[in-house]
Ligand binder design. Structure first.
Ligand code: E4P
Length: 253
């Protein structure tokens, strides 16, 4: 599938000295001024280590990042570094890379290696344990983005916020699998963060259906990371299909 147009490709087709271009550019600039609230917009990440799944959906222009985990990497049947390199080469700007380690020192060491290899594209994914939180505090201090994963409670969310995590990933589906309400947790963490004016962003993870995406954003999640098939399902509606079929028939009539 074609890759999306980059800035330079667009400029090639445009006469940027024309009055129409200039007035449109002014409109775009003022529009951007009013719409860019980096901590307050809905973002979609793809939750996959299958590079073609990302490549196929990039032309929508709607994919703001990618998350991976060791299980997703294993499913891809490839070496982790190969997967990460391919994803970075696609132009993804925010890629969660999970590191492991027995203690915070080992986590930090592995995080530094990942960051050294993939630069600022790499968001380091750390487990929500005390060692993970110590590593998070250190990495955040030196300006490396951290995504605290396997979050299942408000108290964990508090500690992650105090450790200045960039993102926390509460796992909706896995809570539901265990007869707990994943979406209620999203709601309470978002309320807590808003009340306390916390900058850590809530990245709803383990999302298994489109309804959860809508509810997670409604409850205040900043980002939802979703499997490709959930992304595809978001646009589908039986009434859209029926309506379009009718409209297409009437076009031809
Ligand atoms: C993403 O960051 C998580 O690792 C992922 O969403 C977990 O999803 P699962 O519970 O469906 O494995």
């Amino acid at each position: 599938m074609d890759s999306p147009l980059k800035g330079e490709d667009i400029a090639y087709f445009v006469d940027n000295s024309s009055p129409l271009y200039i007035s449109r550019q002014r409109f775009r600039d003022s529009y951007n001024t009013y719409t860019q609230h980096p901590n307050n917009v809905m973002k979609l990440f793809l939750d996959t280590a299958i590079v073609s799944d990302i490549e196929d959906r990039l032309p929508t222009g709607l994919i703001a990042g990618v998350t991976t985990n060791p299980t997703l990497i294993k499913k891809s049947e490839r070496e982790p570094w190969e997967v990460y390199t391919d994803i970075v080469e696609l132009g993804i700007e925010d890629l969660s890379i999970e590191v492991n380690g027995q203690d915070s020192k080992e986590l930090v060491r592995n995080a530094m290696t990942a960051h050294g290899n993939y630069g600022n594209v790499a968001t380091i994914k750390l487990p929500c344990t005390i060692e993970g939180i110590k590593a998070c505090k250190y990495l955040s201090t030196i300006g490396i983005r951290v995504n605290m994963t396997l979050v299942f409670s408000e108290s964990q969310a508090i500690l992650c916020a105090l450790a200045n995590a960039t993102y926390i990933s509460p796992f909706i589906g896995r809570m539901d699998d265990n007869s707990l309400s994943g979406l209620s947790l999203i709601r309470s963490i978002c309320t807590l963060y808003r009340t306390q004016q916390i900058k850590t962003q809530v990245l709803a993870a383990s999302v298994r259906d489109v309804q959860s995406v809508g509810k997670a954003f409604e409850y205040g999640a900043d980002i939802c990371t979703i499997p490709p098939k959930v992304f595809d399902s978001m646009v589908s509606h039986v009434l859209t299909d029926q309506g379009l079929e009718q409209f297409n028939r009437d076009f031809l009539a």
